[in-house]
Design a protein around this ligand. Structure first.
Ligand SMILES: C[S@@+](CC[C@H](N)C(=O)[O-])C[C@H]1O[C@@H](n2cnc3c(N)ncnc32)[C@H](O)[C@@H]1O
Length: 239
């Protein structure tokens, strides 16, 4: 995040950035990932459907893509999506209404680090491309643990860095040279798409992220790399 605004918390900067890019977010998301993000989301949802939850929290829901996909694939589940950025939620609400899912998906403004829910409210919590943006990831995940019911599951979908030749080299070139350029051209936002590779690079992945999940109190934590390690699904359980 920009260092000239040291006084502004990371949370405030993230909120402002996503409010700015909200109208272009969905297009850029699918365009810059060449649509692969949809495959990753489907994999997370398949796991969640196996848990057969009733109440699900989509943390850092953004424009609600993950919540919508779950609601479409699972006819009974009720989902609340929460996000800092009101403009992202506004895009999400429009999609939810157009798909007649307003009776099953509610979108609320809020911070993952202090969730506005009672203890033990949800069977499953999920977060896609959100944890990396938290001011304090362990604190955010402790909050997630608090709102989960006993034996509740937590799923994280997050970017990671491929390590093997030639994918590592190709991906680095795309991520650092091409993506920021395209992102800036389409969104008109100077920082958002340099923040993306910087934040992914600085964030722990694989076993290093599992350590954070365990620190937050999750049990049976494991992960599965997707697409040569460009993204990873993590999961853990509340005991
Ligand atoms: C990259 S977007 C991902 C949105 C959505 N989950 C998806 O898969 O497209 C990250 C989202 O996380 C939200 N976010 C970041 N930090 C947050 C926090 N502490 N609490 C709630 N939302 C947060 C941002 O506002 C943004 O909408």
């Amino acid at each position: 995040m920009s260092s000239n605004s040291e006084q502004i918390s990371k949370t405030k900067q993230v909120e402002a950035m996503f409010n700015d890019i909200a109208p272009k977010y969905d297009f850029l998301n699918h365009f810059l990932s060449l649509g692969i993000d949809k495959i990753w989301r489907r994999k997370v949802i398949r796991k969640i459907i196996n848990d057969n939850p009733s109440d699900v929290l989509d943390i850092a829901t953004g424009t609600a893509d993950l919540a919508i996909l779950l609601a479409r694939k699972h006819p009974k589940v009720n989902i609340i999506g929460i996000d800092l950025a009101e403009n992202m939620l506004a895009v999400g609400r429009k999609k939810v209404e157009e798909l007649n899912l307003s009776n099953r998906i509610a979108l609320k403004q809020g911070d993952s680090l202090s969730l506005p829910f009672e203890n033990a409210t949800f069977d499953v919590a999920m977060v896609a491309f959100g944890v990396r943006n938290y001011e304090n990831p362990v604190k955010g995940m402790e909050e997630t643990l608090r709102i989960l019911r006993k034996n509740g599951k937590f799923y994280v979908l997050e970017f990671s860095m491929p390590r093997r030749f030639p994918m590592a080299q190709l991906y680095r070139f795309y991520f650092w040279a091409i993506l920021p350029l395209l992102g800036r051209m389409v969104s008109g936002h100077k920082q958002a798409y340099t923040y993306l590779p910087e934040s992914v690079n600085a964030f722990p992945d694989g076993n290093n992220f599992i350590v954070l999940m365990e620190k937050a109190g999750f049990l049976d934590c494991k992960y599965k790399k997707l697409s040569f390690g460009i993204a990873t699904i993590y999961e853990g359980k509340k005991g």
